[in-house]
Design a protein around this ligand. Structure first.
Ligand code: PEP
Ligand code: MN
Length: 338
């Protein structure tokens, strides 16, 4: 950390900063210039509270020099993390397309969806049994029963399941059903108690980006999970809020290469919740893969116009299959396979 003192700073004020650094186990390197005195904090700056230094008399500015996140940072772990999901790698050369409906509805809907996911060539299936809806009057998901419907359908095609956990009280039900990947949704990206709980287990977690979260905030949320001991984290860019109303969210394609530089964790994209329209899914999928995404989360419904949730953005089983076909040459062009 670098502490810049105000002009006309007194010797006592400099000493007070030094005392504060020493108390946190750090050393002060004091550089007295003609106009300004600058103090370099030597040691683990994560132990320092930037605000409490900033509040000291005579301090003009305090700047961090290391990242606030550690376990998830690429500077601590240079090689890409590859997460093993029941033998399926996520984060390596092979791209993973996770397909499935927005929500679990009925057994026959899930059976047809699982068939479509498998026939399209996807190796993992998504589907929400607990739905975070804007309106309390909208369908809230099938709940625990939905997990069973999902499990039954996915097992027929040997597909590991990805499903959203909204409430820590449901974690036992998820573990009982052997959910292979827990999704933490956009609205819960900063639900720190939930993050701490999934940090205590080893089940892989897909952490979606908050509606208006910065990359640093998002990585700090991932750090919450990692700090508990669970390093099986996949980041999912699903679009952020913007001023535009022609589509649902703005897919932040730039975030993908930035994240790949900042973190060793796999990064996937969700073109469905970004575009909000089925017709936009293919283009956004291609953009995400070209930008370096390790996979996609794509909504597909056996009969989109009958979907109970997010009908507008669901692909048909055939469209999902065609999407994978279109993505194969692109994957090859960027040194990946599908
Ligand atoms: C979902 O994937 O079903 C979902 C609700 O997504 P998000 O949290 O990105 O809105
Ligand atoms: Mn959805």
């Amino acid at each position: 950390m670098i502490i810049i003192m105000r002009s006309h700073v007194t010797e006592e004020q400099i000493q007070a900063v030094e005392a504060k650094l020493n108390a946190a186990g750090l050393k002060a390197n004091i550089s007295r210039g003609i106009e300004r005195t600058i103090i370099g904090a030597i040691g683990d700056e994560r132990k320092l509270h930037q605000e409490s230094l900033q509040a000291l008399p005579g301090v003009e500015d305090v700047m961090r020099v290391v990242k606030p996140y550690k376990i998830v940072a690429r500077e601590w772990h240079e090689t890409d993390t590859v997460i093993d999901i029941k033998g399926i790698p996520l984060g390596g050369k092979t791209l993973q397309i996770i397909g499935g409906p927005c929500s679990v509805e009925t057994q026959s809907q899930m059976d047809l969806a699982a068939q479509g996911v498998a026939e399209a060539g996807c190796r993992l299936m998504r589907g929400g049994a607990f739905k975070p809806r804007t309106s309390p009057y909208a369908f809230q998901g099938k709940g625990v029963e939905g997990l069973t419907l999902f499990r039954n359908a996915a097992d027929k095609y040997n597909l590991p399941i990805v499903t959203e956990l909204m409430d820590v009280r449901m974690l036992d039900a998820f573990l009982k059903q052997g959910v292979e990947v827990i999704q933490i949704g956009t609205r819960n990206m900063q639900n720190f108690d939930l993050l701490k709980e999934v940090g205590k287990i080893h089940t892989p977690v897909i952490l979606k980006r908050g509606l208006c979260a910065t990359l640093s905030e998002w990585l700090m949320s991932a750090e919450y999970i990692a700090a508990g001991g669970n390093h099986n984290i996949i980041l999912c860019e699903r679009g952020v809020r913007s001023f535009e109303t022609a589509y649902r969210n703005m897919l932040d394609v730039t975030a993908i290469p930035v994240l790949k530089k900042e973190t060793h964790l796999p990064v996937i994209a969700d073109p469905s919740h970004a575009g909000g329209k089925a017709a936009l899914v293919a283009a956004l999928s291609k953009a995400a893969i070209a930008a370096g995404a390790d996979g996609l989360l794509v909504e597909m419904h056996p009969s989109p116009c009958d979907a109970w949730c997010d009908a507008d953005q669901a692909l048909t089983p055939l469209e999902l299959k065609q999407l994978l076909q279109e993505l194969r040459p692109l994957a090859k062009a960027v040194g990946r396979e599908l």
